[in-house]
Ligand binder design. Structure first.
Ligand SMILES: [Zn+2]
Length: 452
């Protein structure tokens, strides 16, 4: 199949299967696809042949899991083309330096996650795999077909050779580097007038300020958040500024996990990626960490791959009619779950959603926040407050509400420092809650839509 056919096939399949696959039919579909990927991996990737030597291959849902560390340590044996890590890395790094977004290794596209150096992960994909990805995203995000087509503008860290192919009559695709200054971006967007505006929320927020100020004058039909955690208060602010709904794509370097449906719920893409979940707590509604199996990619097989993300699943079905599981929220990375001491001196995890809720609850004048933990008995919080608010009173209120909230969770007297001030533009990926000193070697960066 050539890439155009693969794109169309995946587009039409995705439109059909979102509603059609459910229950035992979905399970049978995943079983059939996963078994084929497992068989291919065992035949062509020596790592998997060795890793599964004592396993029952038909029972793929219980195969030994893998993670980023294992993948990076065994890269040449992990991919099915025998491409060495050094070879792929050299091409990816040199492409990044030259801002040349068409790096290929032996005909395969190579990409690099935007993590911190030393913890970055690589992906490899052939043209059909990339085309399939585009087919799914278009099928699930574009409004219904219309003759004059749509303009899609994406701001992302890196481009892709695939985007060149997307410039057709039906889709006018514009890609800009995140290094584009906001003035220049406003200028481009006023000319492009996108129907769909996609980018990381921290960048979209800067554009929203210009839209509110009247300098940016666009009326998109949808905003699509990619590459970073989309916090609910940010989603609301973006929707208000641009006057349209905000959707999100949840994906990591290793693959596409979730896309918002027309009803605004983030659904697992269960026909593309089979996700299993390991709970991070004992209660039924505790957050969980995904273990993913890509049902299509064979160049770099992702089978029972443990991510480093914290997500909360919804217990409700979506009213859109799809049975694909709804993700209530993607909170970030496991490494950024802060830990505090309880009365026994044990570490107690406090999930990002809890800290966010407490901080934003403290006062309506708080428009943004960051929290940094360097030690289990400490938390440093920075909040942006609206003009006219009293910073000292606000800081005290944040401290009090955090103290009370943490105490309720069994945490014993941490030191909480609160600072007020404007949180300026952020270099790189925005992480509002961070725990430093944690290892992120196993981390899956929630990654640019650009590069999967
Ligand atoms: Zn839905």
């Amino acid at each position: 199949m050539n890439a155009t056919l693969a794109l169309l096939d995946s587009y039409f399949r995705s439109r059909r299967d979102f509603q059609r696959l459910r229950g035992s039919r979905l399970k049978a579909y995943q079983d059939q696809r996963a078994r084929a990927v497992v068989a291919h991996a065992v035949a062509r990737a020596p790592f998997y042949a060795q890793h599964y030597r004592q396993a029952d291959l038909a029972d793929w849902r219980t195969l030994p899991s893998v993670d980023k560390q294992l993948m990076m340590a065994n890269f040449a044996a992990f991919n099915t083309h025998g491409i060495a890590l050094s070879e792929a890395m050299e091409v990816a790094l040199s492409a990044e330096r030259c801002r040349d977004f068409r790096p290929t290794v032996r005909g395969l596209t190579v990409g690099l996650s935007s993590g911190t150096s030393g913890h970055r992960s690589l992906f490899l994909a052939d043209r059909n795999e990339q085309a399939r990805w585009v087919g799914v995203v278009l099928a699930r995000l574009l409004p219904p077909f219309r003759l004059r087509g749509y303009t899609v503008t994406l701001f992302s860290q890196s481009g892709s050779n695939l985007y060149e192919d997307l410039r057709g009559r039906w889709i006018r695709f514009c890609h800009h580097d995140l290094a584009t200054g906001i003035d220049a971006a406003v200028h481009c967007l006023n000319a492009e007038q996108p129907d769909l505006l996609c980018g990381p929320p921290s960048y979209l927020e800067m554009l929203a300020i210009r839209q509110t100020a009247g300098e940016l004058r666009i009326s998109p039909r949808k905003i699509v958040s990619v590459a970073e955690v989309l916090e609910p208060q940010v989603a609301r602010a973006l929707a208000e500024s641009f006057g349209c709904p905000v959707f999100q794509i949840y994906q990591c370097t290793e693959g596409l996990i979730g896309i918002s449906c027309p009803h605004g719920q983030l659904h697992l893409q269960e026909d593309i990626m089979a996700s299993q979940f390991e709970p991070l707590g004992t209660t039924a509604d505790a957050p969980a960490t995904p273990v993913i199996t890509d049902l299509w990619h064979r160049t770099l097989p992702i089978i029972r791959y443990r991510l480093n993300d914290v997500v909360t699943l919804s217990s409700e079905d979506c009213t859109c009619g799809s049975a694909f599981q709804v993700i209530e929220n993607v909170a970030g990375r496991c490494d950024d779950v802060c830990e505090f001491l309880d009365a026994n001196g044990s570490l107690k995890p406090i999930f990002p959603a809890t800290l966010r809720r407490l901080i934003l609850l403290a006062d309506e004048a708080i428009s943004d926040y960051e929290a940094l933990q360097q030690h289990p008995s400490q938390l440093h919080v920075r909040v942006t407050v609206a003009d006219g608010a009293d910073p000292a009173r606000l800081a005290e209120s944040v401290e009090n509400i955090l103290m009370a909230g943490l105490r309720e969770q069994g945490v014993v007297a941490p030191t909480i420092e609160v600072e007020t001030g404007i949180i300026g533009p952020v270099e790189g990926k925005r992480r509002r809650i961070r725990k430093v000193g944690s290892t992120d070697a196993r981390s899956s960066e929630i990654h640019d839509a650009a590069t999967a």
